[in-house]
Each structure stands twice: as C-alpha cells, then as structure tokens.
Design a binder for this molecule. Structure first.
Ligand code: PHE
Length: 459
C-alpha cells in the first residue's frame, strides 16, 4: 500500500531538517534554566553523557526504523509487528505530537509577540521593573492576546507543513537554521562582553556537585529526549524520508552534535546575562525569558536590536521544531488513511490549536486551569501538566519502548543491516546494538521507576 513519498534532497537537507526539529525552545529556553537549577557545569556534564549513551543510540534506532519501512510511526509497527500491541507505541507518539504541539505553540506565540514588542522599542532605557512585569502579564494572562499569537504560530507551522517535505520543511530549514546560528553567535558575543560576564560564566562552567541528586539525573534525561526530539517518532518520520544511500550513524551524530552545540551556546548567551543584573538569581522558565532578559535589554547599548534578535531567534527555533511535531500525525493520516496533505495538515493543526487554548488560558485568565494538580511543592497549571505528561513522561516511556522494540523484537541484526547497509560494517555496529538492547532499557527502566517513586523529580 505504498503511496509515493517525498524524499530529502540530500544528506545535508536531512541533517538540517532533523537539527531544526531538535533545536528549539528546549535548547534556548529550557536547557539554560534547568542547568542553572541543577548545579550548572555538573548538569551540563551529566547531560552530555545522556546525549552520547542514550540519545544518540535511540536516535539511530528511530531513524533506522523509519528508513527501513519508509512509513510513519504507526505504519512502522504495523509493518514490522503486524497485529500486535506494538502499534500502540506509534499511537502514543501521535498523541505526544499533538499534546506537545498544543502547548509548545502557546509559548512560541509569546516569543512571536515579543519580537514585535521589543522591536517597537518598548524595552528601552528607563522602563521600570513593574512595567516589564505588566507587559508580561498582559501577554500571557490576556486571553485574546495569548490565543491570537498561539493561532498565528500554529498557522505558520501549518503553512510550512502543507508545502510537504521538500518544498516545505526542507526549504524552510535551509533558510532558518543558518539564520538561527548567526543570531545566536551575535548574542553570545554580546553577552560575553557584558561587564560582569565572568560571574555567570563561572556558575555555568564550574560544576557544583552539591546540587546533583537523583532528580538531576531525571531532569538531564528528560531534557535530552525532549531536546533531541526522541521518543515519539519524529526521527522515525524524518528518517522515513531519507535515501538508502545516506549514512544513518553519521547523520544522527551530526544532529546530536548541533543540538548540543546550540544548547551549550545558549547557556553561554544566557548565563552571563542572568548574573549581570545585580541580586538576580536564575528564575524558572517563562520569567527568565520574558522578564529578566527584557530587563537586561533595556539596560545595555543596542538593547532593542539584540532583544529583537533574541526573540526572533527563539521564534525561528520554535518553528522548525513545531513543524516536526505536526508532521508526525500528518504523515500518519497521509500514509495510512490516504488523506491529502492539505486536509491532514488542517485537521491536525486545528486539533492542536483547540487543545492549546486550554494551555493558553491557564496562565492567569482562567483560574480553574492554572491549578490542575500538585506534585510535591509544585502546583501545576494546565500548560505545565501537559509538559510533564507529554513533554517528559511520554517521551521517556516512548524511548524505552522504541529501544525494547528495536533491541528485542525487530532485532539488532536487522538494525545493523539497516544502518550499515551502505558501507562495510563499522567497528561500532556491535557496540550500538549492545547499547540499544541492554544499556538503554536498563537505564530507562531504572529512571522510570525512580520517577514513579518521586513524581516531582522533573524540573
Ligand atoms: N526538540 C524540540 C525542542 O528542543 C522539541 C520537540 C520535542 C520537537 C519532541 C519534536 C519532538 O524544542
């Protein structure tokens, strides 16, 4: 039942698109904050270990599954394990794609609105801290504002996905990824030349092992899967558009490298800025980006320019990720249900939009949505709950199930045949197979058990 499918134009196209998926709000916003809360340099080192030993390996598994079957995440399991429960892993991925997209686009909507607020010169010198706070609340807590920007962002995402693999995702990744890199480099230089940059840099680079605990491991792992877009079939889907002649291990290596590079650079851009303003301790998530940084932009020369560049960077990074979130359910409807791409994109985009309205309203405008559940000391609103459930838990579970499937059901021989078909088998093939069969499942089961016993472990 194979439908004619699009392919990436080249290996570079795959690497750019997959890096575009991986690099997003997770790198520029989440990574620096989670690192700041978990012992700076110590967290960064643990994170690197997880990327190399878990993320990279699961990514090779996902891409291989996709390329082997040339199918979407549901189709993969239907083909390789017909009439079995494995297909549920594919549907879990679809649900995660929708779930993550719904709130991701709300946050991305705020960044989009800040591009305009900042460019209009709002955060220029003399603005008071109260005013900055007011603007922030006006954006996230006003139902019309929040929903308007969320809708606009989803529509941009739909516009790209509708264009298809080559003319949509590939074309835009080729333009947006280099833009993102240049913007980030400019910001790093600006940040490192701030007067007290060394204070933040020390916090970032010198490990503070006293802050490391079991929870740190969980945060690092959750961050790695989220940041590398693993555990829900994004890389299966992107891998399914990959040519047989391309080298999977190398491509996955590049994607992991770029994703980590951008996260580390984002830390370099944000940490000095964080500690430059006197008496400021790292703040969690939204406040850091939407209150602390505008405060900084208002105090430095050319702040409006750099501020606008920063929010543009975030919006671009978010867009190349959100298209990959939307592409997962779209690919399913196009492949398995024979929908046209246009219809599938509209349908999936609007479901995510309507679901996202609940997240958009959960930051102040509807009290019932701002306190949904308590875990430990934290009270979670709808948006946080979606992030915890889909962005963290479901990706970890998905990654475990995918590793088990590749290692034990599909089999490591088939895996090695797929990823090393074009060249002679490399020395590492056996090692990769061993890791996906034994190391990944054991580590992931241990971490999931820990998480069940300590549900507030995710940062
Ligand atoms: N990796 C993206 C980020 O860091 C988010 C994402 C997760 C995208 C899962 C696709 C799948 O922002």
């Amino acid at each position: 039942m194979s439908v004619r499918r699009d392919n990436w134009g080249s290996r570079v196209a795959f690497i750019l698109a997959a890096s575009g998926s991986a690099i997003g709000l997770g790198n520029i916003w989440r990574f620096p904050t989670v690192a700041a809360q978990n012992g700076g340099g110590a967290f960064v080192l643990i994170y690197l270990v997880f990327v190399v030993f878990l993320g990279f390996i699961v990514m090779i598994g996902e891409i291989s599954l996709g390329r082997h079957t040339q199918r979407n995440p549901v189709g993969v399991f239907r083909q390789l394990a017909p009439r079995s429960l494995w297909v549920a892993v594919g549907f879990l991925g679809l649900a995660a794609g929708w779930g993550i997209l719904s709130y991701y686009s709300v946050v991305a909507g705020w960044t989009l609105s800040y591009v305009f607020t900042t460019a209009g010169g709002t955060f220029s010198s003399g603005i008071s801290a109260e005013k900055i706070n007011e603007i922030f609340l006006g954006t996230i807590a006003s139902p019309t504002q929040a929903i308007f920007w969320h809708l606009l962002f989803i529509m941009l995402t739909m516009g790209v996905v509708m264009g298809g693999v080559k003319k949509g995702i590939e074309r835009w990744s080729k333009i947006l990824m280099p833009l993102l890199f240049v913007l980030l480099l400019l910001l790093v230089v600006r940040s490192l030349t701030l007067e007290n940059a060394h204070i933040g840099l020390k916090k970032y680079l010198i490990p503070d092992w006293s802050k490391v605990s079991g929870n740190t491991l969980i945060s690092a792992m959750g961050q790695a899967f989220f940041s590398l877009s693993l555990g829900m079939g994004t890389m299966i889907t992107y891998g399914s558009y990959m040519h047989r002649r391309e080298n999977i291990v190398c491509s996955a290596g590049w994607v992991c490298f770029f994703d980590t590079l951008i996260a580390v650079l984002a830390g370099l851009a944000i940490f000095p800025a964080l500690y430059t303003m006197e008496g400021l301790e790292p703040q969690a998530g939204a406040k850091l980006i939407f209150i602390v940084l505008p405060g900084l932009f208002s105090q430095i020369p050319f702040g409006t320019l750099f501020g606008t560049g920063f929010f543009l960077l975030l919006s671009v990074a978010a867009l190349t990720s959100s298209i990959s979130l939307l592409e997962v359910p779209v690919a399913y409807l196009v492949d398995e249900r024979r929908w046209t791409r246009k219809r599938a994109t509209f349908f999936c985009g609007f479901i995510a939009f309507f679901l996202g309205i609940l997240s958009a309203l959960s930051l102040g405008s509807v009290t019932g949505l701002s306190h949904i559940m308590d875990i430990g000391p934290r009270s979670l609103g709808f948006l946080d709950m979606m992030d915890l459930f889909f962005g963290q838990f479901s990706l970890t579970l998905g990654a475990l199930l995918i590793a088990l499937f590749v290692g034990w059901k599909w089999g490591t021989r088939a895996l090695i045949d797929e990823f090393s078909s074009s060249e002679s088998r490399s020395r590492f093939s056996g090692l990769i197979a061993f890791q996906i069969r034994y190391v990944c499942p054991v580590v992931l089961i241990a971490l999931l058990l820990y998480l069940i016993l300590n549900p507030n472990a995710f940062a």
